[in-house]
Write a protein that binds this ligand. Structure first.
Ligand code: URA
Length: 213
């Protein structure tokens, strides 16, 4: 199924309204609430996660479980509050048992994410984990090889990081995530308001210059 998002969804509220009681894929049958995303509708930094989990499904808010708590801590460590960023997911409904989202579910749901990105119009996108990173960078390279670097897609900077949930189970990833958030802060600081990464076409790799700390 190809989902077309009408251009008259001129803001996030209109887009949410357009999604309605979405039944475009099978996840509708098992979800409690659709998790559209939340935060500053004009944030300079946007996070893209994978899919809602149990707590998100119950509350309708992204990243409110254990991974969300870690995300809040990481944000705080770089001087940001959740209200200053926008957080959305690849798919808006919880896959049963927290399984990985299927390709067909991503295909159906991703046009809504694409429109969210256009509407929020962030200067920097931080992709949380494999699914978001592969979608935003149009690649299938493993996240371990992609994180720690800065990319440009169109006029946006993209910073792939491990999914916070991965750091809950693997302590070694926590320090890596903290380093990557320091890099993210540096990228944000350098991307002054109005200044855009000048490039078109496929994702470009830009190595971080200097120490992230
Ligand atoms: N994991 C995600 O990727 N998204 C959420 O909203 C919660 C957990």
């Amino acid at each position: 199924m190809v989902v077309a998002v009408p251009q008259d969804c001129a803001d996030l509220c209109a887009l949410r309204e357009h999604m309605g009681d979405c039944h475009r894929c099978a996840l509708a049958a098992t979800r409690t609430r659709l998790v559209f995303g939340s935060g500053d509708p004009h944030a300079r930094l946007m996070f893209v996660g994978e899919a809602p989990g149990k707590n998100e499904d119950l509350t309708g808010e992204p990243f409110v479980g254990a991974a969300g708590k870690l995300l809040d801590e990481l944000l705080e460590s770089i001087g940001l509050a959740r209200a200053q960023v926008f957080i959305a997911n690849m798919v808006k409904c919880r896959p049963p048992g927290n399984r990985d989202p299927e390709e067909s579910e991503i295909d159906i749901c991703s046009p809504f994410l694409a429109r969210q990105i256009e509407l929020v119009d962030p200067v920097v996108i931080a992709t949380l984990g494999r699914f978001a990173t592969h979608y935003v960078l149009h690649t299938t390279v493993p996240i371990t090889a992609l994180r720690g670097r800065l990319y440009r897609v169109g006029d946006r900077r993209v910073v792939p990081v491990f999914h916070p949930a991965a750091a809950l189970y693997d302590q070694s990833k926590r320090g890596v995530l903290q380093d990557d958030f320091r890099r993210l802060r540096a990228v944000l600081d350098r991307a002054d308001d109005g200044e855009r990464a000048a490039s078109d076409g496929p994702a470009q790799l830009v190595l971080f210059d200097g120490d992230p700390s």
